[in-house]
Design a protein around this ligand. Structure first.
Ligand SMILES: [Zn+2]
Length: 264
């Protein structure tokens, strides 16, 4: 049985209504997974930096250990030189050992200074590390919240989405294949996902360009499929404007305001 243009328009308009609802669901969900992903990336970045800070602290601590070892070595040498100095045979030997002793003493001083400097570096790194941990905790809380939100939205819309998809399958069966194809094509190119619109206030409901009065009349008749000449969307009908009651004219108002007769 061949359906009338009016029926065809109703069928495609119905399909559009369902698709718009599905679009709305996906739009809400569409933003959150991205936000969750961004936060996960950000957190991964902080964790990498945290590991780097910890590794730097470990390196500094190893350096301090090495300086302490060097001090011990120098102290051993000093002890050895002091013993040697007791048994020198001449002034020249004595002076040579004195120089060695001075050198080791200097080594110890340098190592101690380095230990102090490195300890300060560790302290600063630990402050940075603590600040980073706070930021990380903060972001982790944001992430948990967003994840919960997303889970809730998904669970809330899951059944609605399933119902809409079932409705869509039924609605699509009522649309001619040829029309369905062009419908999909228009939808792909339309930013707002609208392929079927009404004429509203004399303009296309999709691109808002004016639809000439004669064309509007043709659309009302529903004798053939008419598309917007600007955007190519299917114009399924004309939304009738709610015309407000015109304000009463002055003349009539005056007339209505007949002077009540004064009571005698
Ligand atoms: Zn248009």
């Amino acid at each position: 049985m061949e359906s009338t243009v009016s029926q065809k328009l109703d069928a495609i308009f119905n399909l559009q209504a369902i698709d718009s609802k599905l679009d709305a669901i996906l739009k809400v969900r569409g933003a959150l997974p991205e936000e969750v992903q961004d936060l996960e990336d950000e957190i991964a970045g902080y964790e990498t930096r945290l590991e780097k800070f910890q590794a730097e602290i470990n390196t500094y601590e190893d350096e301090i250990k090495a300086f302490k070892e060097a001090i011990k070595d120098s102290e051993k040498l000093i002890k050895k030189y002091q013993e040697q100095q007791m048994n020198v045979r001449n002034n020249r030997e004595y002076d040579a050992i004195t120089k060695e002793l001075e050198l080791q003493d200097l080594e110890i001083q340098v190592a101690k200074k380095k230990i102090t400097e490195t300890s300060l570096k560790i302290d600063q790194k630990k402050i940075d590390l603590d600040a980073l941990k706070l930021t990380l905790d903060d972001r982790q809380k944001d992430l948990d919240q967003k994840k919960n939100e997303l889970d809730t939205i998904i669970s809330e819309s899951e059944s609605e989405e399933a119902k809409l998809n079932a409705d869509r399958t039924k609605a699509l069966k009522k649309v001619e294949e040829r029309i369905a194809k062009s419908y999909e094509k228009i939808r792909e190119n339309a930013k707002n996902g609208l392929a079927v619109v009404l004429v509203k206030r004399g303009a296309c409901g999709g691109c808002f360009n004016t639809v000439p009065p004669q064309r509007q009349a043709d659309i009302r008749e529903k004798k053939k499929l008419i598309v917007c000449e600007h955007c190519g969307r299917i114009l399924a009908g004309v939304e009738e404007e709610v015309v407000e009651e015109p304000a009463p004219k002055r003349k009539r108002a005056t007339k209505a305001k007949a002077k009540p007769k004064a009571k005698s």
